[in-house]
Design a protein around this ligand. Sequence first.
Ligand code: IMP
Length: 435
Amino acid sequence: MPATVVVGLQWGDEGKGKTTDLLGESVSMVVRYQGGDNAGHTVVLGDETFKLHLVPSGILHPHITPVIGSGVVVNPAVLLDEMAALEARGVSTARLRVSAQAHLIMPYHVALDSAMEARLAEGGIGTTHRGIGPAYADRAWRTGLRVEDLLDPDGLRLRLERLLPGKNAILAAYGAEPFELEPLHAAAVRHGEALRPFVADTFWLVQDALARGEHVLLEGAQGTLLDLDHGTYPYVTSSNPVAGGACTGGGIGPLQVDEVLGIMKAYTTRVGSGPFPTELDDGIGRSMRERGREFGATTGRPRRCGWFDAVPLRYAVAVNSATSIMLNKIDILSGLDEVLVCVAYEVDGERIASWPVAADALARVRPVYRRFPGWHEELADVRRTEELPGNARRYVDALEEMAGVPISIISVGPERTQTIERRARPRRDVAGRVA
Ligand code: IMP
């Protein structure tokens, strides 16, 4: 029952879309386990670029069942738009399955996300304004609506009658407009009719696939440092992108996971507010943004860019039990005389090598850098480790050493083919032995 979890080791946007698409050849099912349409997965296939927010990237492989697990928050209007856009480009969405238990992002969640951010102004999280936080908050408050509610118009009306006055009171407190029940209900029922054929008990879909011995891939959105528990709180998203989230949100037991592939870029980016010790405000940061096309796939916001930070790397490898790493976008660093990696922090005159999870503490650290000689060759056509320029190879080896687990795949461009399969990925059996 092989299951692979694909998880971001940084602040999201590590290139997980390419990874799941790349591994797609060998899997029968791709399960998205958390987040919502705050995510944006970009997949390049030949001349076509697909930007996916909710639909798992596996949709582009006809043999894969793409599944939206119960840990995802689903905006039904966004999902239906995305499905229609895929169909318009000749990609069938007939195989897509959506968990009946996934929570809904309702229009009042989107309005509340924006209203709360506006109220916080400077102190805001810099959310994607997609209603993610308010939808997960409703789930925890036990006042959320789930995909299954869309299929029961009468029950949905009752629930909305009970819920809406409370939602409108909160919106009013933030100075936002109230919502009326009838149009909300009518739209939700319409969405339910359209989604009905796709709604399933995805827990058993996943379990049955594993029982048949099929290879299931669980795909996380965002990244470890944006995790609600393990990230730079409060500058985080409202779910658990870490590999543990694959169990709760994907519907799989911890011992059913036999591989965790951590994804990281050769440098660091962050979108939204919050501390970022290696951030570069200079020409190098701008060049990373331009060369790496570092603009948010969902909001179009320019991503903050900086050197690779090895301090949270060990932490991310540990919290996810990463068995190996895919290193993306090393091609973007070509042309630099020197490449820096942060190997420790200085705080109040003291050097620390461990990751201070508290955002306030992280905001006060100064990065301590190790300098590597750069390389000027373009890497887009490299397909084997030995073809990498010596300095690039030394950089990869150093990152691998710092991570403590092998870098099994290196990506040198957005296309599926622009990939170096470095060595066989180690697999674990359920007893933790590396096969
Ligand atoms: P939210 O998930 O929209 O609530 O946003 C919370 C924080 O997570 C903000 O800093 C966002 O910029 C960040 N965030 C959410 N989704 C992504 C993503 O897919 N990539 C990078 N950052 C993200």
